[in-house]
Design a protein around this ligand. Sequence first.
Ligand code: GRF
Length: 193
Amino acid sequence: MLISGTGSNMQALVRASQQQHWQQRFGARIAGVLSNKAQAGGLAWAQAQGLPTALVEHSAYPNRAAFEAELTQAIARFDPHGRPDLVLLAGFMRILGPDFVQHHAGRLLNIHPSLLPAFPGLHTHQRALEMGCRFVGATVHHVTAEVDCGQILEQAVLPVLPGDTPESLAARVLTQEHLIYPRAVERWLAAQP
Ligand code: GRF
């Protein structure tokens, strides 16, 4: 799992993976948590849980290709066979290039705080309010070379309430993110042969 910040989605996924029915049905576990930021709160949380962690700071590499090559190697090191079944982006705030995306195609998922295909990119809640949207939401999707454009796996929809701000929307949407990301992963796992 790849994170850059608080890691609340990561925590939701870790908790889901610890549920008995996940264990019994899929034998799934979180192989490791990787952050591109040393200060990411989620990294400390994962360490405290005893999960394998890695730090790959983008700022330490001369270019994106070198950073992503190390990312790929660090992800492989999490798995005894060198290839985790899924690579989950959970608040990972770096755009990934086509080579990385191609390498992990079909098993690279992301969560985005908007009802895609509306509002790819940043500042989604502010943009939704400015557009006068009556509904907002979150989307779990496959990652492709085009940012926030891959096939959709799961969505949550919420009404915009009078007086909502980008912050109040972000907080309400985030609680839904914590439900739909585990659900999307569970569906992905259930669909595997
Ligand atoms: C979430 O809103 C996610 O959709 C977005 O960044 C935020 C990360 O939050 N990409 P957290 O680190 O999972 O708490």
